[in-house]
Design a protein around this ligand. Structure first.
Ligand code: HEC
Length: 718
């Protein structure tokens, strides 16, 4: 520190100490709008979910670069107290890491050592466990003016004192009777914290709310789809525009469960226009035939909607999937930047949703600049009409009268895993996949509150456990997933700069060290962190982790050392239904890497315990009955078609399988409710539960047999 001449040292020291005391007592995590707006100027921190308002997930740090990355090794790891999925982006503010975990828990860690400073448990009741479609995950917190904000599985938004970890206020953001939950990270700007929720598998309407960061009071709310037409409105910011623009795009009788458009992931603040962009999810029921009499665009599902951040007033929208019917959420993260297009510099929003098209929008007007397929063989759409700017959907794709094989499938060409954008290369990086799903409309529709009722059978990529109740009617051999890769996409030239094959790749971080970092899964459950050249996509480094990685890594620095940190923990959509082999359950963790790091990671977990079938056998009719019940009620957590990754227990290996009373106590009486395994007696009789046991027992015997068959030929990997 340079010292002004002539001023004695001591007062300076006193002043410094006084500053330090104030800094430590009141200025912890004092992230304000100014800092968020200029986040790239303090690359030692990672201030918000996307790394700043522009959500580029790009860092100026370059100590770890192509020349040094081979020395990257674990600096520390921190184990969570749960086996469930981990999807959190850690935030780092002035040497402290704020990271969330499954069940919406929050931890403050010393970013240099991983030592815990405090933890906060919102005590989400186990009965809320079934509310999210795809595990009790949480994608991260927000930090603003000394508070940490987290949304919970049971729909609360909570402000926590960043210094002490004690709650300051808590607001219920959802109707607790509905199957609505929060897994997404809140965003903050101008004294408001913005949050949406999930629930598009179970019915109801999506919305985004703005709360006062100091008091937790609701400032405004914007519903993404219209409500009961016999009522005057919601008294919300969305009332006028929903009646004027959205209502005419909906048809057929309105029902309490109809809607969708849940904003469960991306909400981005744009300081250039003081706007909030919200990205909305699928419609409900998924099949438009049962949602809107088989017609209409159904605004604002599968759209980007721009709102005034202060009032929630509508500014513009673009619907990426008119009349969405394939589970094509448009909730993927949005990147804000400026690009030179046809010689003109424009403020743009970049978006790569599930539907397979890469979008470039003009942020000022909402004008669509381009929409380009980023995966081959898209079957549901012929692309954007150059005159109207509207997506042209192939009419047969709505599977109204005949089944349709749509590509991408229900899993989408790109999930929620965040993309990154490097201003240095001008490329957008994200994990992309080629897949398809065969959709068959159900002959009629029954809504059952509490379990997913999409209105179609399908064969192909899993969509939330809605496995066909009539599998014999589904043609087999439909292609599902042929290829997945890390994509380097040029949004100006509108083509791939490169594709690098990566299986199970997660979100991406880009750095000024000319590198990309991406986690992935080995075998679905075990993991690996890898680094790639940002210009060519060549993999230059990788490190095995005990647990799969889904979320994008972040980078920060403390005491002049750069770290790469990531949460690891298999779970979430798709992975719950992992393939074989299955492993013993293990906790999720945060892992931080640095050059010449000297920590060691835990060993890979051992294989899961062997299947435990009982001696008893049951008539085939009972087993078949059990199979249908399992597909309807249990598969989305315990594994579709009994393909369990054992993150939520593989029932074939459960000790309860051979114990009729224990099985009934769990499934009917709900004795494991605290752990998120509720009673299913609302949907099933004790005889039905016993039939499921019969089916699982049969599958357990089959698994035991296949393990035996492998003995001798090659080592058993079950
Ligand atoms: C929303 C997710 C979810 C659904 C749906 C679900 N379960 Fe579970 N189940 C769990 C979780 C979580 C656990 C483990 C709790 C723990 O960590 O101990 C569990 C545990 C169990 C266990 C005990 C396993 C063991 O050995 O520890 C049994 C048996 C079971 N479930 C049966 C069922 C059956 C049968 C159904 C369908 C009727 C079902 N579950 C539906 C989440 C679910």
């Amino acid at each position: 520190m340079a010292r002004a001449p002539g001023i004695p040292a001591q007062p300076l020291l006193v002043a410094f100490l006084a500053w330090l005391v104030t800094a430590c007592s009141t200025k912890v995590a004092y992230v304000d709008d100014e800092r968020l707006r200029n986040a790239e100027e303090e690359p030692e921190n990672w201030l918000s979910y996307g790394g700043g308002y522009s959500e580029q997930r790009y860092s100026q740090l370059a100590q770890i670069n192509i020349g040094t990355v081979s020395r990257l090794a674990p600096a520390w790891s921190f184990d969570f107290d749960t086996y469930r999925g981990q999807e959190s982006t850690p935030l780092v503010v002035d040497g402290v890491m704020y990271v969330t975990s499954a069940w919406s828990k929050v931890y403050a860690l010393d970013a240099r050592t991983g030592a815990m400073l405090w933890s906060y448990d919102p005590e989400v009741p186990g009965s809320a466990g079934p509310k999210p479609c795809c595990d009790v995950v949480n994608r991260g917190a927000a930090v603003y003016k000394g508070k940490v904000f987290v949304g919970t599985i049971d729909g609360r938004l909570i402000a926590i004192d960043a210094r002490t970890g004690k709650p300051v206020w808590s607001t219920l953001t959802v109707d607790p009777k509905r199957m609505h939950s929060i897994t997404g990270a809140p965003r903050v700007a101008r004294g408001k914290v913005f949050i949406g929720n999930g629930g598009g598998e179970f019915g109801g309407r999506g919305y985004v709310s703005a709360y006062d960061t100091e008091t937790g009071k609701l400032v405004w709310r914007f519903y993404t789809v219209p409500g009961d037409p016999s009522r005057p409105g919601d008294g919300a910011a969305s009332d006028e525009v929903l009646e004027r623009i959205a209502r005419p795009t909906w048809h057929g009788p309105w029902r309490d469960y109809i809607g969708g458009g849940h904003a469960w992931n991306a909400i981005v603040y744009d300081p250039d226009f003081n706007r909030l962009y919200i990205a909305t999810g699928n419609g409900f029921p998924l099949n438009r035939k049962y949602r809107s009499d088989g017609k209409g665009d159904n605004l604002f599902i599968a759209s980007i909607v721009a709102l005034d951040a202060d009032t929630g007033a509508y500014a513009w929208h673009y619907q990426e999937v008119p009349g969405e019917s394939w589970d094509y959420d448009s909730v993927q993260d949005m990147i804000l930047t400026e690009l030179r297009i046809d010689g003109v510099r424009r403020k743009v929003l970049l978006h790569a949703p599930k539907n397979g098209f890469f979008y470039v929008f003009d942020r000022a007007s909402g004008e669509l600049i381009s929409a380009t397929p980023y995966v081959p063989n898209i079957t549901w759409s012929k692309g954007v009409d150059p005159v109207t700017g509207r997506m042209t959907v192939v009419p047969e794709a709505y599977y109204m009268d005949a089944p349709f094989t749509s590509s991408p499938g229900a899993g989408g060409a790109h999930g929620w895993q965040p993309p990154a954008f490097s201003p240095k290369t001008g490329l957008v990086y994200f994990p992309a996949a080629e897949n398809s799903t065969h959709y068959i409309s159900t002959p009629d529709y029954e809504y059952v509150e509490g379990i997913d009722s999409p209105g179609f059978y399908f064969h192909g990529a899993p969509a939330h456990g809605a496995e066909s109740a009539a599998p014999q009617r589904v043609p087999v051999g439909v292609s599902t997933r042929s290829r997945s890769y890390l994509l380097g996409w040029d949004p100006v030239a509108r083509k791939a700069a490169w594709r690098t094959d990566v299986r199970g790749g997660g979100g991406v971080l880009a750095t000024a060290g000319e590198l990309l970092f991406q986690g992935r899964s080995r075998n679905g459950v075990l993991g690996e962190l890898a680094a790639f050249r940002a210009d060519t996509g060549e993999e230059v480094w990788s490190y095995k982790t005990p647990n799969a990685i889904m979320q994008a890594p972040v980078t920060y620095s403390v005491d002049g050392e750069q770290y790469i940190a990531v949460t690891s923990g298999a779970g979430g959509a798709g992975i719950l239904s992992g393939g074989e082999p299955a492993y013993a359950r293990q906790p999720g963790r945060v892992i931080a890497f640095k050059l010449d790091g000297a920590a060691t990671l835990p060993e890979d977990p051992p294989l899961a315990p062997p299947p435990a079938p009982p001696e008893e056998t049951w008539p085939t009719a009972v087993v078949d009955d059990g199979k249908a019940h399992y597909a309807r009620l249990c598969g989305r957590c315990h594994g579709l078609n009994m393909r369990s990754a054992n993150i939520i227990p593989d029932l074939r290996r459960s000790a309860a399988l051979a114990d009729k009373e224990a099985w009934r106590a769990i499934v009917i009486d709900g004795v494991l409710e605290r752990q998120g395994m509720v009673s299913w007696s609302k949907f099933i009789s004790p005889e039905g539960a016993e039939a499921i046991r019969a089916y699982v027992a049969e599958e357990a015997r089959r698994l035991a047999g296949s393990i035996k068959a492998q003995d001798g030929s090659r080592p058993s990997i079950q």
